[in-house]
Ligand binder design. Structure first.
Ligand code: 9MR
Length: 359
C-alpha cells in the first residue's frame, strides 16, 4: 500500500527524480520518504471545480475539499450576466469577488464563466429597445466593465458560451445577441474581451462535442472561421456533461479534434451521469460507480494525450455530489461527481489518478 501511494505521488507530481529513486531502491520500501496524502492539486495539469460562494461560506468541508484538491476554480453562477448586471451600467461584483478572494488565499487560478450566453439575460436587457449599433455598444460596454473589473484576477474567460445547437447551426431562439447583432456578436465579444484584458486567455465554450461528431465539427469550423478572421481566441472548452454510456473512442476523438488547431483545451464542466432515465427512485450502485470511474479515467487520459502546453485542465461542474448541478438545480437523483456527499473520494477519483499515469 505504501509503495502504491508512493508511485501515485510520483505520477501526480510528475517527479522523475522520485521515480528514479523508487526504481533504484525497489525492495527496500522502508527507505522511501513517506509522501503526504496526494491530491489533484499536484497533478501535471490543473484540476478545478465550479464553486458557489454560499457553500464556501457555510460549509467548512466544502471549502476545505476545494482548497485541498483544486488549483483552478470557475464560478458556477456568480459571474453570469444576471448575477452581475443589475441594470444598464449597474454592476454588482460582490459575490464574484468572494470567489476571487478565496482563490487568492488558496493560490488558485480563476477561470471566468461566462461573458456572453443566451441564458441569464437580465430583464432590463430583454426589455431594452435600440438599433443594432446600440446593442453592439451594450455588449462591448458590458464586457469592458466585467473583464476590466477582473483583469489580473482571472487568467481566462469563457467569452462566448453555447452559441451552437445540437445540429451545429447557430442558436437563434432566446439568443438576444444573435437576434440583435447577428453572427458577428461572437467576434465582437472576443475582441472586446481582449481589449479589456489583453493577458487573459479567451475560450469558446460548448457542450456535446463528445457525443456528437456533428456538434464537434461545427465547433471546430466556427473556431477556424474566427482564427481566419484573426479574432483573439486561445482555447476551446468542452463542457462534457456526459454519461456512463459514452463511448471512450468518441470522447477522446472530440478532445483530440479540439486540440488539432494547437489551441488550449479545457474540459470545462465535467460530470458523469449514471441515472440515464432520470428516474426519481434511482439508486447509485457499485456498478454505476465503476462505469463512472471509467469515464473519469478516459477524460483524464484524453487531456494527457494532448501536448502539455495545450492542457488547460479539467474542471468538474461542482465539488461534491451533495450540491451537484444535476441534483440541486435539476432535481434528478444522480451522483455525478468524483467526490461523494460525504466528501469522500469515489471510484471516479481513482479513475482520474489512473488516467494521470503516462502511458
Ligand atoms: O450549474 C449551473 C446552475 O447552477 C445555474 O443556475 C444554471 C443557469 O445559470 O447554469 C448551470 O451551469 C451551466 C453552465 O453555466 C453552462 N453549461 C451548462 C451548465 C449546467 O446547466
Amino acid at each position: 500500500m505504501e509503495i502504491k501511494t508512493a508511485i501515485y505521488a510520483a505520477i501526480l507530481t510528475g517527479s522523475l527524480a522520485f521515480l528514479t529513486y523508487f526504481g533504484s531502491s525497489c525492495g527496500s520500501s522502508k527507505d522511501l520518504p513517506t509522501p503526504e496524502k496526494q491530491t489533484l492539486r499536484e497533478a501535471v495539469f490543473p484540476f478545478g471545480g465550479a464553486i458557489s460562494p454560499e457553500f464556501l461560506k457555510n460549509d467548512t468541508q466544502y471549502r476545505e475539499l476545494a482548497a485541498r484538491e483544486f488549483s483552478s476554480i470557475t464560478a458556477e453562477y456568480v459571474m453570469k450576466m444576471t448575477a452581475i448586471s443589475r441594470g444598464k451600467d449597474v454592476y454588482d461584483f460582490a459575490a464574484a469577488d468572494e470567489i476571487i478572494d478565496f482563490a487568492r488565499k488558496n493560490k488558485m487560478r480563476v477561470h471566468g464563466h461566462t461573458l456572453v450566453w443566451y441564458r441569464e439575460t437580465p430583464e432590463w436587457l430583454k426589455n431594452y429597445t435600440g438599433t443594432r449599433e446600440d446593442f453592439i455598444m451594450l455588449l462591448e460596454k458590458y464586457i469592458k466593465a466585467v473583464a476590466g473589473h477582473f483583469k489580473g484576477k482571472v487568467v481566462s474567460w469563457d467569452v462566448v458560451n453555447e452559441a451552437l445547437l445540437d445540429d451545429g447551426s447557430i442558436r437563434i431562439e432566446e439568443n438576444i445577441w444573435y437576434q440583435k447583432i447577428g453572427l458577428e456578436y461572437i467576434e465582437i465579444a472576443f475582441r472586446a474581451a481582449h481589449k479589456a484584458d489583453p493577458d487573459a486567455l479567451l475560450f469558446y465554450n460548448e457542450y456535446g462535442q463528445e457525443y456528437s461528431k456533428v456538434k464537434s465539427d461545427a465547433v471546430n469550423k466556427l473556431m477556424d472561421e474566427l482564427i481566419e478572421k484573426r479574432v483573439p481566441i486561445h482555447g476551446i472548452g468542452l463542457q462534457m456533461h456526459t454519461n456512463a454510456n459514452i463511448n471512450d473512442l468518441q470522447l477522446k476523438q472530440a478532445v483530440r479534434d479540439a486540440g488539432a488547431k494547437g489551441l488550449k483545451v479545457h474540459i470545462s464542466e465535467l460530470d458523469v451521469q449514471t441515472n440515464m432515465e432520470n428516474n426519481s427512485d434511482y439508486v447509485f450502485t457499485e456498478e454505476s460507480a465503476l462505469k463512472q470511474k471509467e469515464v473519469y479515467r478516459w477524460a483524464t487520459e484524453a487531456m494527457m494525450e494532448l501536448p502539455a502546453n495545450q492542457r488547460f485542465g479539467i474542471t468538474f461542474w461542482g465539488v461534491t455530489d451533495q450540491y451537484s448541478w444535476r441534483w440541486l438545480y435539476e432535481g434528478i437523483p444522480d451522483k455525478v461527481l468524483p467526490f461523494s456527499e460525504k466528501y469522500e473520494h469515489k471510484p471516479g477519483y481513482e479513475g482520474i489518478l489512473e488516467g494521470l499515469k503516462e502511458k
